[in-house]
Design a protein around this ligand. Sequence first.
Ligand SMILES: [Zn+2]
Length: 396
Amino acid sequence: MKAYKFKLKPSAKLIAIFDMWLRLLCELYNAAIQERRDAYRINGVCVGKKEQSAQLPDIKKERDDLARIHSQVIQETLKRVDLAFKNFFRRVKEKKEKAGFPRFRSHCRYDSFTYPQSGFKMDQKRKKLHLSKIGSVKLHLSRPIEGVIKTCTIKREADGWYVIFAVEENERKPVVVAPEDEVGIDVGLKSFAVLSTGEPIENPQLYRQAEASLKRAQRRVSRRRKGSHRRKKAARLLAKKHQTVARQRRDFHFKEAKKLVVRFRVIKFEDLMMGNLMKNHHLAKSICDAGWSQFISIAASKAEEAGGRVIVVNPAGTSSRCSRCGQKHKMPLHIRTYRCSSCGLVIDRDHNAAINIKERKGRAVLSGRRRVAVVEEPRTCRATDPESPTITGTRA
Ligand SMILES: [Zn+2]
């Protein structure tokens, strides 16, 4: 499966319908969570998706507005609730992390709905998408869709409305084998990354450049009175800025990943899950900045397309070990050049680490291309919300 995302050009009338659907579906989502909570707390029973779906006909009789929404879209909302609970129970079972109970969503955080099978029709020639029970909407078809469209998701973002198709790809294109074998890549301190060949990938420093402007926008939001129109306006602006930065970074990651995949069959990174990279504050910033894990997963997906592989290795001691003789030396962060007292090697710190990474064995990263998950992106920035979320447990 592959995801295609296009910007929609909806009329004001359509936007009103999109907004209304999201409001109603959000209400339904919250009501379904409420029902499960109550059933469990009061009667100690679990209410499942089946039981909740069975109530829909009765609910629709009482609620004309819900009845006007495509039935599969409603079903898909209940499925999201079901998924939220399944994940919750899995977390409880694993006892790995703190198992947060599925939460109510405020309207401003509920921003997508999905046609899971049918009810939509894409006309590529006319660049029009027909949505059942809504109407036709034009879109920016920036590239042709190749394959069979399986699901259709309408999503609200900071700068407008988007459609995301999950598409089953036809045949894979013939794979061109990359000329070089392996490369190790280390997070650079000065540059974005350093390859084991010694070449750096320069950092665009997008975030830090934009940081000042983000901070200004953030301050503007917090200065304005809660609930005011002007605060909402400032919050929208802030959300847009965040979106732009995220897009630029993603774009940069795609370009760099592509360059690597064309050259190397096997690409090795440090395993972020194993490392203590994040523990160091100075480093943490530059790693967050670079969105390193996003880069690894993009590289994995690109490598898979090209018939290559991405491997992550244990990061322990990659910077302290001499890449020529294996001797270990302490390497505090401020020391930029590695000087080996045993064999006399003098080499850039990150370059040395990248070579060590290249030499190690590790585990393959699967790209997750088969599971197209586009619906629930975690929000990292709370400030993008016009309001703090209000909890409404309204019953449908
Ligand atoms: Zn040495």
